[in-house]
Design a binder for this molecule. Structure first.
Ligand code: DX5
Ligand code: ZN
Length: 220
C-alpha cells in the first residue's frame, strides 16, 4: 500500500454520498476517478442522529477494491466495536473525542493493531479537548459540519482549529495529517488547504458530480 505524508494533498471521497445500491462499484468508480482514499462514515444513530453502515460494509469494500480505507466512527462506543472494525480491513480508524470511551486507550489499541489512528472533534468542541492526544495520532479530523449528514454547508470558522493544529504539529515535531470533512467543494477545499489541511473528505461534491474525475481534480 502507498504511504503518504502530511505534505501530500489527499482526496478522500465519502461513500455516504454514493449509490448504496452498488457500493463496491461506486468505490471502484471513485478510485478510477482519482480518489486517493475512500472515506467510510459509520454512524450508530446514537452519537449522531443517523444510521449508515457497519463493519460488514467495510469488509465488502476491502475485499472488492484495493484502496486506503479511511474509516470515520461516528459512534458512541468505538472501544466496544474496535476489534470488528480492525478485522474488517480498515487502514485508518478515526474516533471522536466526544464519544464515551477512554480516548488515549482507544488510540493506543488502534495503533497496536497496526492501523493508523485518527481523532475527530466536532465544530462545537474546543481544540483544547484534543491537544493532549496529538502525539498519539496519525490524523486529526476537524469536522467542518455537524456530523450526521452529507450535503451540509462548510463552516469557515473551523479553519482556526486547522491552523492551530498545523502550527502545533511543527512546534512539537509531530507528523499527523489534518483532515477536513463536510461541505468540501472547489472553493472550500482551497480555503481548507490554505489553513493547513491536507486530507479533504468530499461526498456530495464528488459522488454526485456529473464528472467525478473533474470534481476530484478541482479539489487538488
Ligand atoms: C458527515 C460525514 C461527512 C459527509 C461529507 O457526518 O462525516 O463525511 O459524508 O459529505 P459532504 O461532502 O456532502 O458534506
Ligand atoms: Zn466523515
Amino acid at each position: 500500500m502507498k504511504t503518504w505524508t502530511h505534505s501530500d494533498i489527499i482526496i478522500a471521497p465519502s461513500l455516504l454520498a454514493a449509490d448504496f445500491g452498488k457500493i463496491t462499484e461506486e468505490v471502484t468508480r471513485s478510485i478510477h476517478s482519482g480518489g486517493d482514499w475512500i472515506h467510510l462514515d459509520v454512524m450508530d444513530g446514537n452519537f449522531v442522529d443517523n444510521i449508515s453502515f457497519g463493519p460488514a460494509i467495510i469488509q465488502a469494500v476491502h475485499e472488492s477494491n484495493d484502496t486506503f480505507l479511511d474509516v470515520h466512527l461516528m459512534i458512541q462506543r468505538p472501544d466496544h466495536y474496535l476489534e470488528r472494525f480492525i478485522e474488517s480491513g480498515s487502514d485508518l480508524i478515526t474516533v471522536h473525542v466526544e464519544a464515551e470511551h477512554n480516548v488515549g486507550e482507544t488510540l493506543e489499541r488502534i495503533r497496536k493493531a497496526g492501523v493508523k489512528a485518527g481523532l475527530a472533534l466536532n465544530p462545537a468542541t474546543p481544540f483544547s479537548e484534543v491537544e493532549p492526544f496529538l502525539d498519539q495520532i496519525d490524523l486529526l479530523l476537524c469536522m467542518t459540519v455537524v456530523p450526521g449528514f452529507g450535503g451540509q454547508s462548510f463552516m469557515p470558522e473551523i479553519m482556526d482549529k486547522v491552523s492551530t493544529a498545523a502550527s502545533l504539529r511543527e512546534e512539537r515535531g509531530l507528523s499527523y495529517h489534518i483532515e477536513v470533512d463536510g461541505g468540501i467543494g472547489t472553493e472550500t477545499a482551497a480555503v481548507a488547504r490554505q489553513a493547513g489541511a491536507n486530507v479533504l473528505v468530499a461526498g456530495s461534491s464528488t459522488f454526485c458530480a456529473p464528472d467525478m474525475a473533474a470534481a476530484i481534480e478541482s479539489l487538488r
